[in-house]
Ligand binder design. Sequence first.
Ligand code: NDP
Length: 279
Amino acid sequence: MSVVPDVALTNGVSIPQLGFGVFQIPPEETRDAVLTAFEVGYRHIDTAEMYGNERGVGEALRASGLTREEVFVTSKLNNGYHRRDDVLRAADQSLADLGVDQMDMFLIHWPLPTIDVDYVETWKAMIEVYRAGKARAIGVSNFQVPHLQRLLDETDHVPAVNQIEVHPYLTNESVRAFGAQHGIATEAWSPIAQGLVLGDPVLVEIAERVGRTPAQVTLRWHLQRGDIVFPKSVTRSRVEENFALFDFELGDAEMSALGALNRDQRTGPDPDTFARVPA
Ligand code: NDP
């Protein structure tokens, strides 16, 4: 039994609440980084076509000795593939690159609300991918409340998750609350804001008080809020540190103090305007 709790998604599929993200891990280093994560105990990997390292994730899966059922694998539809036929092709390509018959989760990476393909059409194609059994669950990433609302109004399939930027400097409450209201689990990307929050004096003081590192306190804060996280690290000691979250708890005062650090500060693009598609 893993120490990591599962989160039950609306369609009955369970996802480990703590996983390992591979954004910005070079393709040739991905296999070893993921194998290290498996050794430490992670059983949930978050990748994307955009990261260029799905093959490395697949190599690690095969080299690990773990069964396919033991690992939860998420990938994401890249921005250039929002048209229906491209969605179907991209899903097949991700399956081939990962070397699996089925993804556990497949997400629309960005809504791209300003491009000439409507994300509702893209979502309908994602539903086809789901119904064809190519993903056990489907969801979205970087969707704002109006984007989610349109999917609820115009299709018959609720996204299982919405993967959005969340950390103490961007608590993203309204999008999280909308998700909670509609059974859409929140996945918090860049959970330590790529390191930006770690020197914050409030966080450092709490970390000293509870005898943990600032990264551990931040990740624990996410878990206690109920969000799913997958910190990235290519440094073994940090991969271990980020997994050691299940033998301490933050009190209400500490939870509130971290939440009060919010300054609506994004480290990544604004989903309402982001429109970059690969050439
Ligand atoms: P994170 O918030 O996970 O931070 C990663 C950075 O922090 C790396 O530079 C890492 O360094 C460093 N780090 C990790 N652990 C520690 C620690 N314990 N102490 C100090 N520094 C540490 O950023 P990411 O942007 O990678 O986000 C996590 C995952 O979220 C991604 O890998 C990806 O799967 C997903 N994501 C999704 C996005 C989306 O649009 N859907 C966008 C961005 C991320 P080092 O590796 O050198 O050890």
